[in-house]
Design a protein around this ligand. Sequence first.
Ligand code: GLU
Length: 495
Amino acid sequence: MLLLSWLQNLAANLWRSLMNASRTETTFRESVDLMFNRAVALMDLAPGLEDKIRVCNSTYTVRFGVKMRGSIHTFTGYRSVHSEHLEPCKGGIRYSLSVNQDEAEALAALMTYKCALVETPFGGSKGGLRIDPREYDVDEMERITRRFAYELAKRDLIHPSQNVPAPDMGTGEREMAWIADQYARMNTTDINARACVTGKPPHAGGIQGRVEATGRGIQYALQEFFRHPEDVAEARLSGTLDGKRVVVQGLGNVGFHAAKFLSEEDGAIVVAVIEHDGALVCDDGLDIEAVGSWIKRHGGVTGYADAIHVKDGSKVLEKECDILIPAALEGVINLSNADRINAAMIIEAANGPVTAGADEILRSKSVPIIPDMYANAGGVTVSYFEWVKNLSHIRFGRMQRRQEEARHMLIVNELERLSDHLGDDWSLRGDFKEKYLRGAGELELVRSGLDDTMRGAYQAMRETWRSRNDVTDLRTAAYIVAIERVASSYEAKGL
Ligand code: GLU
């Protein structure tokens, strides 16, 4: 009996390997299109609308020179606008040597669907500069960024009501502050200049909680997933996040915050972290703060003492775990390794980490995937709050906070008066008064808005997943919800 089932397993594995070998890997852009096609095949869109939604409206390529170190250095950059059904368009600017037009267009398409899914009122866009930021010092980076921003702003590809960039791989608060300042210098009378870009530092028009936002969104997405025992059972798991073994690939801004919050606040155990120079493995759980500061100081994980260092990080991607969080590049889970992924479920913190081919293999193995367009939408959600803050020219909570405190104070005073009459047993418990009176500041409001957004979007996706027999995975459900919303917007306009 045992031998028979072993033979059957072997045959099934062989067959799967043969099938995978005969498949060819698609590019990132083709993967996005294939996933889009899977969803629209199940929808009833008006004739021609499918194509209108799928295509990228425009991509601007710019080549510009910056004089440095005694010669002119030429750089190539892109800004793709996928959909303008709502404006401004939104999406990050990436600095990396692998940036190219196809990638920018695929990422811009994902932004359209992402914004629709989490109901941020934007079209989708994305940009990038082909550069290795590590090769330049801060002054050089500032000059390059300002020049790139100038080229984009000149064509309204940076503009508070047309196109609002944000950080992405290789960029952060620093670059966004330069971009905002460059735009303001070119548009001295624009009172809304600060809303031309998001992800700025708080002292330069940014918002509290933007840096942590994408990682925080991953945490809220997983918390919501684990609120639905039926969904958790699809991953052959049960219970809560407490004690779940997590592998994180990429401890950049997104991976770091996701790992930190899940381990420090939800009791998850981060058993491995994979970086460009190998992986750290510790079955008792890694101290993410310590690993994060080691990487900051040494540029990688090599030499970190409190874990086993595995040189070949790709092997650790296949480690058995409950939750795998790819939080770095696109295409890391592909035809070559999908079959060996040993995670009960995957949450895509990066954009496009699972190729279309790998997605198919993982679906056949019934591994639930919480898709990128939902999972990493925390960033753009808090960008939306920042944009609204910039346009309203006032910090969230500034008008209400003390007034709310005063109203709560009335109740507390009244309760205290009553408890004085009723005796000691009726006095207010411990820190109740302090906690109850503490009005929400900007950070609390941002987190609450993000949590609400992540819960709502999951429920919309889930509703489609659970209510339709022809929708068997969360990704297809996410695409359907997003495409329906984009389609309604086009239809309402009469396009
Ligand atoms: N680059 C991030 C993303 O891919 C953030 C975009 C934004 O905030 O506009 O979602």
